[in-house]
Write a protein that binds this ligand. Structure first.
Ligand SMILES: NC(=O)c1ccc[n+]([C@@H]2O[C@H](COP(=O)([O-])OP(=O)(O)OC[C@H]3O[C@@H](n4cnc5c(N)ncnc54)[C@H](OP(=O)(O)O)[C@@H]3O)[C@@H](O)[C@H]2O)c1
Length: 297
């Protein structure tokens, strides 16, 4: 039985839908029943579920709010996941955890590999990095997938923000000097479940444990991502706003973002034969879903 945490989030939602579609026995939990800020709920959920694998899709993901709410970010990204990982270790079951491109400062000038030194520039990134280390210490049979720029038809994300903005304004300014890889939550969920299928077939190998980069293939800037969103939206009948490229300096945020957080995903392909689709391939279906009448009653 797979225990999926963060069921109300983008990745948690995708994991549940896909696990259902694949007939995989699973239990998906979210707050308040499972809350990293209330550690007793971690233990009680784990005991009640008696899982054979845990996928942690729960996290404190509010990058800017983390700057003024460090205790919640620590609980959601570091100490909570470490407690869950320790329970997995105690039960001798594998733990799949999700981390972020924001563990890097974005100054490498090339795609990061898993062993590159981390240097987060904000509290969100730092707590996620601390979580990675704590999870690995607590549970040797853990896999950590670093992903980036996650979007889906469910929850808060850049695609939804752009489409909502397009309904309210005829011109937008979008940052054009930050580079990364958009990742559809459904694509990441498929990869996670494929990993589980692989190790069910092969048995758990020590070589599986560790950190992997897992993002949509290809990369872009927020500005070009916005342009692609509106290209898709136009085919669904939305009138696209004009977009002006701006620099990070023109759009100050409480947390500093990495300027270039591309992640090299070759290790995932080498070890697990997994490669996420190109981000441009997955985008149109999500845009169409977000513009569908049931999303906009
Ligand atoms: N979104 C991105 O662009 C992005 C980029 C890189 C990496 N990631 C990583 O990818 C993973 C999935 O992200 P996502 O986009 O699916 O996030 P999301 O949509 O923000 O969902 C986060 C989930 O975590 C839950 N959560 C928050 N605080 C919690 C706590 N204290 N205890 C238990 N659950 C808590 C949320 O519950 P509520 O609904 O109750 O708030 C929600 O179910 C995370 O590890 C994230 O760090 C995301």
């Amino acid at each position: 039985m797979i225990l999926i945490t963060g069921a109300s989030g983008q990745l948690g939602d995708s994991l549940q839908r896909l696990a259902r579609a694949r007939n995989l026995a699973h239990l998906a939990v979210s707050r308040p029943a499972f809350d990293f800020e209330h550690p007793e709920t971690i233990q009680s959920t784990f005991t009640a579920a008696a899982p054979t694998i845990v996928i942690n899709a729960a996290a404190y993901t509010a990058v800017d709010a983390a700057e003024t709410n460090e205790p919640a970010a620590i609980a959601g990204n570091h100490t909570g996941p470490a407690t869950l990982a320790a329970l997995c270790a105690g039960a001798s079951i594998p733990f799949i955890h999700v981390s972020t491109d924001y563990v890097f400062d974005g100054t490498k000038g090339a795609p990061y590999i898993e062993t590159d030194p981390t240097n987060p520039t904000g509290i969100y990134g730092r707590t996620k990095r601390d979580g990675e280390l704590a999870v690995q210490n607590a549970c040797p049979n853990s896999i950590i997938l670093r992903t980036s720029w996650v979007y889906s038809a469910h929850g808060k994300n850049f695609v939804r923000t752009m489409l909502n903005a397009a309904r309210k304004t005829i011109s937008l300014r979008v940052v054009a000097d930050q580079r990364g890889s958009p990742t559809a939550a459904d694509d990441l969920a498929a990869t996670v479940l494929n990993l589980i299928t692989t190790w069910k077939e092969t048995g758990w190998h020590e070589s599986y444990q560790g950190i992997y980069h897992a993002t949509g293939t290809g990369d872009t800037t927020w500005y070009d991502f916005a342009r692609a969103i509106f290209e898709s939206a136009k085919t669904c009948g939305l009138t696209a706003p004009s977009i002006t490229p701006i620099s990070t300096a023109d759009w100050p945020t409480p947390a500093k973002r990495p300027p270039d957080s591309r992640l090299d995903c070759a290790k995932l392909e080498t070890i697990f034969r997994e490669r996420l689709p190109n981000w441009t391939a997955s985008l149109p279906a999500i845009v169409a879903k977000l513009l569908a009448p049931e999303h906009n009653p």
